[in-house]
Design a protein around this ligand. Structure first.
Ligand code: GRF
Length: 216
């Protein structure tokens, strides 16, 4: 049976688009479908992308996010939640109710360059300022703390001598688009899950396949 996926996004929604495109390409072999896109920002490009794809959208911000997100997800009978550039902390009520079913993509190799305030361009600037030669993308489960849930998949991206935060962001974004959708599908399929000890249980082939595609 196809899992019902909600995507939460604050920005342009290119990761949302990658997930939509992946499920379209999988067709009947896909294990989920995006049925709801939620945003805290009315202007988010992600909402426009969802509307173009005929997917229900909701704007949920401020106090409504704290009090209404869990019920919005429950009334849409959501199985899996994918954060894609969502800038707000997911309320603990949601992370508890959806334990092991909420994932996020982060544009660096966690546990480095994550946490409160580390989003968007700031992440890439911090990587450049640190002198690190490698950065990357990380898919992880979401818990009550920013960027601290169990790591599911990662892919490295080189930092070049002439990189700016913008050129680095663009290179990392391509890695995000490759590794995130297969993980969302694997979560829908139940082939990756969060164990009782907060460690990953399951196969890592979906991410590995995406990584292979990325490098060939
Ligand atoms: C991505 O870099 C994502 O990792 C980060 O925010 C950015 C969102 O991009 N959390 P988009 O809205 O998916 O285009």
């Amino acid at each position: 049976m196809s899992a019902r996926v909600a995507v939460l996004a604050s920005g342009s929604g290119t990761n949302l688009q990658a997930i939509l495109d992946h499920f379209s390409a999988l067709g009947a072999r896909g294990n989920g479908r995006v049925v709801l896109v939620l945003s805290d920002r009315a202007q988010a490009g992600a909402l426009a992308r969802a509307e173009r794809a005929g997917i229900e959208t909701q704007r949920i911000a401020g106090a409504a996010l704290e009090t209404g997100l869990a019920s919005a997800l429950a009334s849409a009978r959501i199985d899996v939640v994918a954060l894609a550039g969502f800038l707000r902390l997911v309320p603990p009520e949601v992370t508890r109710a959806f334990r092991g079913r909420v994932v996020n993509i982060h544009p660096a190799l966690l546990p480095s360059f994550g946490g409160t305030g580390m989003y968007g361009r700031r992440v890439h600037q911090a990587v450049l300022d640190s002198g690190a030669r490698v950065t990357g993308a990380t898919v992880h489960f979401v818990n009550e703390q920013f960027d601290r849930g169990a790591i599911i998949a990662q892919w490295p991206v080189p930092v070049r001598g002439d990189d700016t935060a913008d050129t680095l962001a663009a290179r990392v974004l391509r890695a995000e688009h490759a590794i995130y959708p297969p993980v969302v599908d694997a979560l829908c399929a139940g082939t990756i899950r969060l164990g009782d000890d907060d460690r990953i249980v399951g196969r890592d082939e979906p991410a590995t396949d995406a990584q292979f595609r990325l490098t060939t």
